[in-house]
Design a protein around this ligand. Structure first.
Ligand code: NAD
Ligand code: WQD
Length: 342
């Protein structure tokens, strides 16, 4: 079976994708610097699947020499490129670090790939590249225009991959624009483990439900949405992982660069998400409405038709399942991958 290199494979989406790839019979090599992950996630991936990774390399994708050694060691056929930094607020404070990791890392990776004759790549982009969309649902033809360094770094890499396929038609790239990934593997063994205070809604809600934080701040209830709170397209991380498997399977038959939304096509408000989490966890999630968070938009959800047509993929799991799985992970691992404090 083909060997795939997963950059950032110890992270949240990467670890779930490794499970799906191993179960589908791929040989999986992971490279991850562990800047935002724990080695333990991959130990659990192996335990969960009963299969071993072909290799784990603790290395930085900006390190060309380290990448060269990896490509020289393994018969890599394709790359799924998750490795990068993802906190929007942090990217505003540390723009050069974000461009270095996200853009520099992608340039180094694609350079070394080409040196070794590997020209098949699936790249993690984000719905954030649509900025504040004129309407919903959002399809891939919508104008792009990111509003922060993180989003711009994703757009830059999209353009770089577009330039690469133009320059050399042997390149094949699928750009996946994720909407809002949430949930966990149904075993509760792997999940999202944010360092410090979570930036995103679902992990924050989960930490309130488990009692690690007293209440949720709801960022604004005066948006032009049915209940006034922000509406997003939450997508189960296992659906997302399966989307990567489909992209990888389709990649050799696709031409050039293909850009695909991965979302469910349905939006939920902050208050709907909170209620769904309360139902799944049988815990209360106290909240206080505060002012809007700078940079937030009112609503954002995907038109997922292109993913269905091109990849034969659609999201199958609903919000109740996302919350139930996120809760199972949070409940069994109150401190994430770190051991529980006595
Ligand atoms: P994550 O932080 O859990 O995973 C990223 C992984 O990459 C981590 O394991 C980290 O240690 C590793 N990494 C970072 N920089 C590296 C480098 N230079 N060299 C090697 N490893 C490095 O994040 P995630 O949520 O799993 O996101 C994966 C990808 O998907 C990222 O590119 C992110 O921007 C993108 N994305 C995430 C979301 C989201 O909400 N989670 C939404 C859209 C897009
Ligand atoms: C969802 C909703 C908030 C936290 C971000 C990135 C995006 C992508 C996904 C990487 C919004 C509200 C949140 C809280 C709240 N990541 N909220 N209280 O902002 O849609 O997208 O993650 O690519 O680039 O911007 O996700 O989970 O932060 O927010 O009320 O404590 O929850 O205002 O309406 P967002 P989110």
């Amino acid at each position: 079976m083909a060997t795939v290199l997963v950059t950032g494979g110890a992270g949240y989406i990467g670890s779930h994708t490794c499970v799906v790839l191993l179960e589908a019979g791929f040989e999986v090599v992971v490279v991850d610097s562990l800047v935002n992950a724990h080695r333990e996630s991959l130990v659990r991936v192996e335990a969960l699947t009963g299969k071993s990774l072909l290799a784990f390399h603790e290395a930085d994708v900006r390190d060309r020499e380290a990448l060269r050694r990896i490509f020289a060691t393994h018969p890599i056929a394709a790359v799924i490129h998750f490795a990068g930094l993802k906190a929007v607020g942090e990217s505003v404070e540390q723009p050069l670090r974000y461009y270095d990791y996200n853009v520099g890392g992608s340039v180094a990776l694609t350079e070394v790939m080409a040196e070794h004759g590997v020209r098949q790549i699936v790249f993690s982009s984000s719905a954030t590249v649509y900025g504040d969309p004129a309407s919903v649902p959002i399809n891939e033809q919508f104008p792009v225009g990111a509003t922060n360094p993180y989003g711009r770094s994703k757009l830059m890499v999209e353009h770089i991959l577009g330039d690469l396929v133009c320059a050399d038609p042997r390149w094949n790239a699928v750009v996946l624009r994720y909407f809002n990934p949430v949930g966990a593997h149904p075993s509760g063994r792997i999940g999202e483990d944010p360092a410090g205070i979570p930036n995103n809604l679902m992990p924050y809600v989960a930490q309130v439900a488990i009692g690690r934080r007293p209440f949720l701040q709801v960022f604004g209830d005066d948006y032009p949405t049915p209940d006034g709170t922000g509406v997003r397209d939450y997508i189960h991380v296992m659906d997302l992982a399966e989307g990567h498997l489909r992209a990888l399977e389709c990649l050799p038959a696709l031409a050039g660069l293909n850009t695909v939304n991965l979302g469910t096509g349905r939006g939920y408000s902050v208050l709907e998400a909170v209620r769904a989490f309360e139902a799944a966890s049988a815990r209360e999630v106290p909240f206080r409405v505060v002012g809007r968070r700078p940079g937030d938009i009112a609503e954002c959800w995907a038109d997922p038709a292109h993913a269905a047509a091109l990849l034969g993929w659609r999201a199958r799991r609903d919000l109740a399942e996302m919350c139930a799985d996120a809760w199972r992970w949070q409940h069994a691992n109150p401190n994430g991958y770190l051991p529980a404090t006595p």
